[in-house]
Design a protein around this ligand. Structure first.
Ligand SMILES: Cc1cc2nc3c(=O)[nH]c(=O)nc-3n(C[C@H](O)[C@H](O)[C@H](O)COP(=O)(O)O)c2cc1C
Length: 446
C-alpha cells in the first residue's frame, strides 16, 4: 500500500486505516496498565515506558559524555520513563561509529558515573524521591559502520553482496580475524565491569542494525569459528554473555536484537531464505532461548538497517535527504515491529520484552502501547525519536492519560540527517533553539 504521511485526527481514523491495510494495530483508551511496575531480574522498573538508546553523537573526542549528552539524559530522566536505555557506547576506539561516539574505558568511566548520578538526581527532583528507573548501557562495536576519526574505516565480519557494493568495500578487504574477535571479548568484559562500577543496572550487548555482532549473526559465508553454523555465528554473543555473567552476576545482561534484518540470505538474519521481505524468526527465537538459559532476562526487539532499510527500522513520514520513499505504508512498518515483539514474547513468555517503532504513532502511541502491554505482546514499550522530541512523554501519559499532539515527534528524519551530516543529534522542530543551528550548519557543510 502506498506510503503516506501521518494525517490522523483521532485514534478511530488511524484504526480504520490499519483495517484498510489489513494490519493489526491494537489500541485501548485506558492506559493505566502502563503505570504498573515490572521486575527485570531483581530490579524494579516503575512503569512500562522506556526510552530507547538514542545516540546524540555529542561526546568528547576521547569518548566522555559532553554538555549535550548530559542535557539529553537529564531531560530523559526528568521525563519519568521506567527504563532508560543509554545509547550506543563503544568498547574500543576503532569500533566507534563517529568521532564523538561515547567510549567507555578506564579513563572515561568517572564521567559515565557522573552522568548516571546526575540523571538519576534530576529524575528524583522531577518525579519524587522514589523514582528510580531501570538503567541499561548499550555496549557496541560498529563493525562495518565504524568511523572513529573523520572517514569511514569499516571492519567487516563477512563480505555482503549488497552492502559492500553500496559502501565501496572491495572484495579483497580482509575480515576481522577470529583471533581479533577473541581479543574483542576482553574489551567487552572490561567495559561491562566499568559499567557495573559506574552503577548501571545492566548492559546491552548491542546485536542490531548491522553493527558488528548483528553482522556476525548473519555470517553464513564466513569461514572459521565465528561463521557458518548457527553455533559459530552466535558464538561471540553467547561467549560474552557467559563470561560477563560468570564475572559480574549482579549485572543484568540485556540484548537489543534485530530479530529481522529484511536483508537477503545468505547475508540476512531472521529472514526467509527465499524472500527477504518475509521474516523467519526461527533462528532469532532459538538464540533468545539460549540467551535466556545463559541468564539474559531482557530483550529489546528491533529490526532493519538504519542506513539501508530505514523504513523497517523506524517508520517515517520523511526520509533523510536523497533517501527513498518506501513502497509500504508506515503503519505496515509499525505493525511489523509490533508483531515481531509479539512473536518473541509468545515464544519466550518469561523474558522481559521491550517493543520498538512507536514514534510514528505520534499522540496515539500510548493507546497502542497500553493495548500491546495489556495483551502481553510486550512488557514495555519504548520511544526513540519520540523521546528526542518529547522527553516528558512518559510523565504526561501516566498522569494525564494522553500526549500533547503539539509535542510529538513528526518523524521528519532531521535527527538522522544531522547524524549523516556529522553533527550532534537531537530534535530539530521541537528543540529548535539547540538543534536548529546544528542542522543548518550540517546542511551548509554537505
Ligand atoms: C538519531 C538516532 C540515533 C539512534 N541511536 C541508536 C543507538 O544508539 N542504539 C540503538 O540501538 N538504536 C539507535 N537508534 C534507533 C532507535 O533506538 C529506534 O530503534 C528507532 O528510532 C525506532 O524507534 P522510534 O520509532 O521510537 O524512533 C537511533 C535512531 C536515531 C533516529
Amino acid at each position: 500500500m502506498a506510503h503516506e504521511r501521518f494525517h490522523f485526527h483521532s485514534l478511530e481514523e488511524l484504526l480504520v486505516k490499519a483495517g484498510e491495510l489489513g494490519v493489526e494495530i491494537p489500541a485501548q483508551e485506558d492506559v493505566s496498565v502502563l503505570a504498573q511496575a515490572i521486575y527485570i531480574g531483581k530490579h524494579r522498573a516503575p512503569n512500562r515506558l522506556a526510552i530507547h538508546p538514542m545516540e546524540g553523537c555529542d561526546g568528547t573526542s576521547d569518548g566522555r559524555p559532553d554538555e549535550l549528552t548530559i542535557r539529553r539524559y537529564l531531560r530523559f530522566a526528568r521525563g519519568g520513563a521506567g527504563l532508560l536505555w543509554f545509547e550506543a557506547t563503544a568498547v574500543v576506539a576503532e569500533g566507534r561509529a563517529n568521532p564523538r561516539q561515547l567510549w567507555l574505558n578506564r579513563a572515561t568511566a568517572p564521567a559515565f558515573r557522573a552522568l548516571l548520578e546526575q540523571a538519576l538526581a534530576a529524575g528524583r527532583a522531577a518525579n519524587g524521591a522514589d523514582y528510580r528507573p531501570f538503567t541499561v548501557l548499550q555496549l557496541t562495536h560498529s563493525g562495518r559502520y565504524s568511523r572513529p576519526v573523520d572517514k569511514p574505516a569499516p571492519i567487516i565480519a563477512h563480505h555482503d553482496g549488497v552492502l559492500d557494493q553500496i559502501m565501496g568495500i572491495p572484495p579483497d578487504q580482509p575480515l576481522i580475524s577470529d583471533e581479533e574477535l577473541d581479543r574483542l571479548q576482553d574489551h567487552y568484559l572490561d567495559a561491562a565491569r566499568l559499567a557495573y562500577e559506574c552503577g548501571f543496572d545492566g548492559i546491552d550487548l548491542k546485536s542490531c542494525h548491522r553493527y558488528l555482532i548483528s553482522e556476525l549473526l548473519a555470517a553464513h559465508t564466513r569461514p572459521g569459528r565465528y561463521g557458518g553454523s548457527f553455533e559459530n555465528r552466535t558464538r561471540l554473543l553467547c561467549e560474552l554473555v557467559r563470561r560477563i555473567r560468570a564475572e559480574l552476576p549482579e549485572l543484568v545482561v540485556a540484548v537489543r536484537m534485530n530479530v529481522y534484518d529484511g536483508h537477503p540470505y545468505p547475508w540476512g538474519w531472521g529472514v526467509s531464505r527465499e524472500d527477504p521481505a518475509i521474516p523467519d524468526l526461527s533462528e532469532p527465537l532459538r538464540l533468545i532461548g539460549l540467551l535466556k538459559e545463559l541468564g539474559v532476562p531482557l530483550i529489546n526487539v528491533t529490526a532493519g538497517n538504519p542506513y539501508f532499510t530505514p523504513h523497517i527500522n523506524r517508520p517515517f513520514d520523511r526520509n533523510v535527504i536523497g533517501g527513498y520513499t518506501p513502497e509500504e505504508h508506515p503503519l505496515q512498518g509499525v505493525a511489523r515491529l509490533i508483531d515481531l515483539a509479539r512473536q518473541v514474547k509468545a515464544a519466550h513468555p518469561d523474558v522481559v520484552v521491550v517493543g520498538t517503532g512507536y514514534s510514528w504513532l505520534r499522540q496515539f502511541m500510548g493507546q497502542v502501547a497500553a493495548a500491546v502491554v495489556a495483551r502481553g505482546w510486550a512488557d514495555l514499550v519504548g520511544l526513540g525519536r519520540g523521546a528526542f522530541a518529547y522527553p516528558d512523554f512518559a510523565r504526561d501519559l501516566l498522569s494525564q492519560g494522553t500526549l500533547d499532539p503539539r509535542k510529538v515527534c513528526i518523524t521528519c528524519s532531521s535527527c538522522t540527517q544531522i547524524m549523516r551530516d556529522h553533527g550532534r543529534s537531537g530534535c530539530v522542530p521541537l528543540d529548535r533553539h539547540v538543534y536548529g543551528p546544528i542542522y543548518a550548519a550540517g546542511r551548509r557543510a554537505h
